[in-house]
Design a protein around this ligand. Sequence first.
Ligand code: HEM
Length: 531
Amino acid sequence: MEVNQTAFVSPTANAPYSFAQPLPFIERILDQVNFWSICLTLLLLAVTYDQFSYKYQKHGIVGPAWKMPFIGPFLESMRPDFRKYQAKWDSGELSCVSVFHKFVIIASTRDMARKIFNSPAYVKPCVVDAAYKLLRPTNWVFLDGKAHVDYRKGLNGLFTRQALEMYLPGQEEVYDKYFKEFVRISQEEAQGQPKAFMPVFRELMCAVSCRTFVGHYMSEKVVKKIAHDYYLITAALELVNFPIILPFTKSWYGKKAADMVLDEFAKCSAKAKVRMAAGGDVTCIMDAWIKQMQDSTKYRERIAKGEEVDASEKPPQLLRDFTDWEISQTIFTFLFASQDATSSACTWLFQLMSDRPEWLNKVREENLRLRGGDRNARFTMDLLESMVATRAVVKETLRYRPPVIMVPYLVKKDFPVTSNFTAKKGQMIIPSVWPATHDAEAYPDPHSYDPERWITGNADEQVKNWLVFGTGPHYCLGQTYAQMNLIAMIGKASMFLDWKHHPTEQSEEIEVFATLFPKDHCKLVFTDRDE
Ligand code: HEM
């Protein structure tokens, strides 16, 4: 055959080609393949992978045998049930759940919790999933190692005894106003009937925090708006959220509320800078911080000019200048850290004091006695620090109903938690607080409320179990402030108010709304107390 070498065809390409015939059974399968069967197969493979990955990660610790495909107990975590947490703590010193892509390890015992709090080489706080989005990933609380230690050092000066004393008048002003409001709400709005006061306490705590953090730079109207919208932020704080923020979901509303709060704090910062530069006195945390920055700048300028500056004039911490936005982010972490925890403690305190009138009487007697019988004598640190019964009542409330029951951490490198279990990088690991504060060895009869253990007992010696404010490099920065504030509040309330708790079947049941609250939200009636 003659081959035309100039033709654009190749003999092989032109050759008739026939597919090899598949085996009959493969032919039958191929006949049945369609879009849906491919999808179903992929889904089954993904479910199998999800289950096996969970089983593999769980190796060596307690947890459900299988997980609900992909979402795990996500729906349950949207309605947290305290009894389920308790069941988890009781199930073993390490247990687990897997929600979406996140494998979560729960450490129950005191020693296991302490080990995690004190292992900064392996873990760093992650608060909860949504926190990165609300507080912003650049926020200082997510700093790690030396960067965190250095940043925190710059904030320590805001919580010294001397600094806390300067914030007391602002706090007292808020209590004066809100105690009148409690009586008005009970008598006018509720017409003398029991009313759930938990939302009012949340507003009170938000107002106290805002006054302490940003003084009078924020109007009362804005404080009320923040107190109201803060609910949306708390509601967004589920342990693990849907991975992206979808419009009109809790995370979406929470983020909008957080943006509003950040904007307001940034405005306060701008105002505080002007006032402090003009020589204003320190009335709040923002003032104290900005003053330190401005003092540092002045000191540096003097040194740069070659001036001889006496060592005593050097500010205790030399700070750089922070922008309004940076200041706002940091002040927001204070509100974020305090709002739910102090509201929880405040609600339980009012409930417990009414239910234990013998302790309320001791608090009242102590507060009047230490003020020389004059209930109008103002707060001082000396006064607050000299209270024995009032301190015991606050400490016992925090032990009996620790507001923060667990603190989520992120594993940043493989962490050999026990000899047969290693938490893997990227997993969440959660030291628990509740079991440590309800440990019968440290606190005999742990489920009874007994402030006496802080007076004649040895509760103060149980430092290893006192995890209410965490421990390790991230322990609560505001712990002294928080306790002093609660002592001041309940002491003053005892002298100016009478209140009656109307218990319901749910008063002793615990609701988890980021922190712990009585399920019926604490039904009270307030009346004025005569001198
Ligand atoms: C009863 C009230 C409070 C409780 C029970 C509480 C509890 C806690 C706990 C358990 C932690 C985690 C500690 C850790 O990971 O080791 C924490 C951290 C923190 N708390 Fe509090 N807190 C309270 C009030 C406050 C207040 C009023 C402020 C601020 C004024 C505050 C500021 C902070 C900050 C900034 C952190 C993070 C510290 C860091 O990462 O270095 N807290 N708190």
